[in-house]
Design a protein around this ligand. Structure first.
Ligand SMILES: [Zn+2]
Length: 207
């Protein structure tokens, strides 16, 4: 991505966040940020902060170590002919916006209309977290979750609705706490058939 730019070779030498080691370049960068904001990174309360921040960011962004589609690999075909909507509602998640690296805190509703098989219900949440624990925009997060389920589970329909608050809007900039953003992606039967769409929206408690 940036390998041709001078001074950016750091991206090639920094060990993967998957390893336990936290490179000095990372903690140095955080110390620089603290200093730049006006505080003293050597004072007692801040001395271990760079390491803690680095570990926190490794956790916030562990989706980069994840392959969300892999969670959909194991399916169950013995469902007694069940062919109605499967919905996982109000899944809490957190992500970070790619423009400010500020928290996005929200809830997702994920539904699909099975064809022949289902997945373990926790897997839908795992797919969400796999994409959420990266630097994101809510629109893309919504699309990635829906597309992943559509492509790998091959159901008759997928519906993903996400409500989230963005700290880059609530805590800075226009500073409007309480505002939530809603995004949705409807695929297959939920897009083409109005009755199916209405049914899933009702189950999600949105109409
Ligand atoms: Zn932002």
């Amino acid at each position: 991505m940036s390998e041709s730019l001078p001074g950016t070779s750091v991206t090639e030498t920094v060990p993967s966040p998957a390893s336990d080691e936290i490179p000095d370049e990372v903690t140095d960068a955080i110390r620089t940020l603290i200093r730049w904001t006006g505080d003293d990174p050597t004072r007692e309360g801040l001395v271990d902060t760079p390491r803690r921040v680095a570990k926190a960011w490794r956790e916030y962004c562990q989706g980069y170590q994840d392959e969300p589609a892999a969670h959909l690999a194991r399916v169950f075909e013995e469902v007694g002919g069940y062919d109605e909507i499967v919905l996982l509602k109000d899944i809490p998640f957190q992500s970070h916006c790619e423009h400010h690296m500020a928290p996005i805190i929200g809830r997702a509703h994920i539904a699909y209309l099975p064809k022949d098989h289902v997945v373990g219900i926790s897997k839908l949440a795992r797919v969400l977290h796999g994409f959420a624990r990266r630097l994101q925009v809510q629109e893309r997060l919504t699309a990635e979750v829906a597309d992943c389920i559509w492509k790998h589970l091959k159901p008759q329909g997928v519906a993903v609705v996400i409500d989230a608050t963005h700290a880059c809007m609530t805590a800075r900039g226009v500073c409007t706490p309480g505002v939530t953003m809603r995004t949705s992606r409807m695929m297959g039967a939920f897009r083409d058939d109005e009755r199916s769409r209405l049914e899933v929206m009702k189950l999600m408690g949105l109409v």
